[in-house]
Design a protein around this ligand. Structure first.
Ligand code: IFM
Length: 452
């Protein structure tokens, strides 16, 4: 068997990318609502106002998941839908939506994996300083408590933050994502520290409510792979994967070491100097709550070899190397080396909380949506993940990003990552060939993947 008994064959989505209903039932504004209105921030001026209209069509979407045979669904909660101002008043209508969603998932035999935060930050809190405000982690803990109190009797798997690297760095350093700020390093690292504190405090809230809850996060996993299996290149890739080079704020260890090992890496202090955030007594203990799994979103990796000076060097990709529609390198081995290195360092069971690709898909003359590249991409990545499992990595689940084509942030609806095609004019859903293929993979418990 390629995958262990009880393996989660899942798919993942995020609230702002699919729900729509941006102004309904008392929902508050998020930074993404505001960012999309700014103009020239998102491809073709698009927004998630309607997106996949999942808020109204969730039952149909769950029926599609059931048809595919998915046994776990990772979704996120829109914080301002539940708490329009970010703190204080709870919007019962918004909360009730997630109640219905969870009930319908369970009814369909699908385990709910709930992500507390996938980027749609309450605009009201942004106006109060957002992630730079020292109270921001407490705001998040209060919000987490509302969600856990309501859904904790039925949701067993939780992720605190989705890709904190993205919402902190793309949102506050490069300005490519909401809220669109371009702050200096000191402020950016302060936002990082507050987000990490938010993770820790939310994990405490979940644990206090249920000892058996399975808690993790879903950071970006930037994977380094050795060029060939030569031991010195494997060592170079391992070292590179956890190094903080120069001013690289994306470095894995900068985000993951605090969460799991309870400290920022030494090279972060050496490289960032006094831009590193003030660390108050107890902060690192708060951030490093015991976790039950290492969730990680991985799409691609880079090759590394040992250089002449013995240090790791990043290798360029050869001309014509495979890329996705989004122009991301196709490197299936990332799902072998990534889980292997993360498991060695953090010693937690690994769940791939996102993996997938954008493709140029449309409904063909025969009515189908033919996406052989996606099938091949998913197949190769799943096989590499299974290989990590054979090599001793405790692999627990794999979530395809994503169920259906949706709002791909600054790229609008241009990048189609779904296994299900969405017609954004009619909201018609069409299962792509990859959905039918995944159905087969799940029904055969991975056997349909064949060999490497
Ligand atoms: O669509 C995003 C998702 O929201 C976070 N991870 C990467 C995906 C593809 O870009």
């Amino acid at each position: 068997m390629l995958f262990p008994e009880g393996f989660f064959y899942g798919t993942a989505t995020a609230s702002y990318q699919i729900e729509g209903a941006a102004r309904e039932d008392g929902k508050g504004l998020s930074v993404w609502d505001m960012f999309c209105r700014k103009g020239r921030t998102v491809w073709q001026g698009q927004s998630g106002d309607v997106a996949c209209d999942h808020y109204h069509r969730y039952l149909d979407d769950i029926a599609i998941m059931k048809e595919i045979g998915i046994n776990a669904y990772r979704f996120s909660i829109s914080w301002p839908r539940v708490m329009p101002g970010g703190t204080g008043t709870v919007n019962e209508a918004g909360l009730a939506f997630y109640d219905r969603l969870v009930d319908a998932l369970l009814e369909a035999g699908i385990k709910p994996f709930c992500t507390l935060f996938h980027w749609d930050y309450p605009y009201e809190l942004y106006c109060r300083g957002g992630w730079l405000n020292p109270a921001s982690s407490d705001w998040f803990a209060d919000y987490a408590r509302v969600i856990v109190d309501r859904l904790g009797d039925r949701v067993g798997h939780w992720m605190t933050l989705n890709e904190p690297q993205c919402f902190v760095l793309l949102g506050h350093q490069t300005g490519m994502h909401a809220p669109g700020d371009k702050l200096g390093l000191t402020e950016v690292l302060r936002a990082m520290h507050n987000a990490l504190l938010a993770h820790g405090k939310a994990a405490q809230v979940i644990r206090a409510s249920s000892k058996s809850a399975q808690i993790g996060a879903a950071p970006v996993g930037a994977v380094k792979m050795p060029a060939g299996d030569a031991p010195q290149n494997v060592e170079a890739a391992r070292a590179s994967m956890f190094a903080v080079n120069g001013q690289d704020t994306w470095a894995n260890a900068l985000w993951m070491d605090p969460m799991i090992l309870g400290k920022y890496p030494d090279d972060a202090f050496a490289n960032f100097g006094d831009a590193m955030p003030a660390i108050h007594d107890g902060d690192m203990e708060t951030i490093a709550q015991p976790l039950d799994f290492f969730g990680v979103n991985t799409y691609s990796g880079g090759y590394v070899a040992e250089g002449v000076d013995g240090k790791p060097v990043d290798l360029p990709f050869p001309a014509g190397y495979p890329i996705t529609a989004y122009k991301w390198w196709v490197t299936p081995e990332a799902l072998y080396w990534g889980p292997k290195f993360f498991h060695e360092r953090y010693k937690l069971p690994v769940i791939i909380t996102e993996n997938g690709m954008s493709n140029v898909d449309w409904v063909a003359m025969d009515g189908g949506v033919h996406d052989p590249q996606r099938i091949d991409y998913l197949r190769q990545h799943m096989l590499q993940f299974a290989r990590a499992g054979r090599d001793g990595v405790d692999i627990r689940g794999y979530f395809v990003w994503t169920l259906m084509d949706n709002f791909e942030w600054a790229e609008g609806f241009k990048e189609r990552f779904g296994m299900v095609h969405t017609d954004f004019v009619t909201q018609a859903r069409t299962m792509k060939d990859s959905a039918l293929w995944y159905k087969d993979v799940i029904a055969t418990k991975g056997d349909a993947l064949g060999g490497e």
